[in-house]
Design a protein around this ligand. Structure first.
Ligand SMILES: Cc1ncc(C[n+]2csc(CCOP(=O)(O)OP(=O)(O)O)c2C)c(N)n1
Ligand SMILES: [Mg+2]
Length: 324
């Protein structure tokens, strides 16, 4: 799990090497401050783009992650000839599964600390390696990107951000940097319904940290009854639901196979109404102005909240993005 100690160990090694640090695709936690000079962004989740991204490097050290988490399958190796991969993790099965020249089962933090003392100091790049994306073009239509950008401009650095918004997951990481351990928490594209209740548990366990969950409308409905617990136990989580009216990531996967979705949309489900029925205060947001007003009102006191609030934000589904 993300801790101050682990982040400090990886920062020390990266600063010693002056090397770019990428976040693995579909990761569960950030592992490294994403506002750091050396943070270089997200690794692509498909092999062709992964090969291109890593091609200029003769060595890749993978810490606390498998080499390499990908979806969907594409032909060819993960890296080009001339790029050597070493994996260090305490997750034994991930180490065994990872194709690598060197694979070590061990504590990534301890190994980082030991390496930082042994490797020579190399120069650091002159500027930040990661360029945040421009804000999206003005709404309407209101898109997930507007919500993420507006949150990124308002959330405090120590926010615990729980992600379960599949078609907006990449953009979330690009627009809202994790600045503290647990600044990004995700089931790493696992079983839906995890995010809503995880945010409640995190806030109960870390009462001094503000907690925000960014959820797809589908993911929300998979675990919506958790809102009753949040209301009953007075757990002050802000739930931000990106209501694009369906399983957009599944639509996108179908489109990439040249097929239409065979599952229905569900933009008629009244998520704010369901939340209220479970005792959780909720609002529906339809326009950019309403979005700004709601966030300006709610974000300054996330830390002090003693009741949950759900914002159901109606967004246009994002277009299908070609992979390469
Ligand atoms: C328990 C479970 N059932 C089905 C899936 C398959 N699945 C992955 S993403 C997804 C759609 C998610 O929809 P939503 O939360 O609205 O996010 P969007 O894709 O619209 O951004 C589904 C059904 C899953 N991951 N877990
Ligand atoms: Mg959706």
């Amino acid at each position: 799990m993300d801790t101050d100690d682990k982040w400090a160990a990886l920062v020390a090694l990266a600063e010693r090497l002056g090397c770019p640090v990428f976040q693995e695709s579909f990761s569960g936690q950030a592992g490294f401050p994403q506002d750091h000079l050396l943070w270089a962004g997200l690794l692509p989740f498909d092999r062709p783009r992964l090969r291109r991204t890593l091609s200029g490097h003769d060595a890749v050290l993978v810490l606390g992650a498998p080499a390499f988490r990908q979806s969907a399958y594409h032909e060819g190796p993960f890296v080009e000839d001339g790029t050597a991969v070493a994996v260090v993790s305490d997750a034994e099965e991930e180490v065994h599964r990872s194709p690598a020249e060197v694979a070590v089962i061990g504590s990534p933090a301890e190994i980082c600390r030991a390496l930082a003392e042994r490797v020579p100091q190399r120069p650091s790049p002159a500027g930040r390696l990661f360029t945040p994306p421009d804000p999206p073009p003005a709404a309407p239509p209101l898109r997930g990107g507007h919500v993420l950008q507006a949150l990124g401009e308002r959330l405090p650095p120590d926010v615990v951000l729980v992600e379960e918004c599949p078609s907006n997951q990449v953009e979330l990481t690009l627009r809202i940097p994790a600045r503290r351990p647990l600044g990004f928490v995700s089931a790493a594209m696992g079983g839906l319904g995890w995010g809503l209740s995880s945010a409640i548990g995190l806030r109960m366990g870390l009462a001094e940290r503000p907690v925000v969950a960014i959820l797809g409308d589908g993911a929300t409905v998979f675990g919506i009854h958790g809102l009753w617990s949040a209301a009953y136990y007075k757990v002050g989580v802000l739930f931000v639901v990106l209501k694009n009216g369906g399983y957009r990531i599944m639509d996108q996967l179908a489109a990439r196979q040249g097929a239409d979705a065979v599952w229905p949309g569900f933009d008629d489900v009244d998520i704010a109404g369901l939340a209220r029925g479970l005792g959780c205060d909720a609002r529906r947001v339809d326009t950019y102005d309403e979005l700004e007003r709601a966030l300006d009102e709610v974000t300054p006191d996330l830390r002090g909240r003693s009741d949950p609030l759900l914002l159901e934000i109606v967004v246009e589904p994002d277009p299908v993005v070609p992979l390469s």
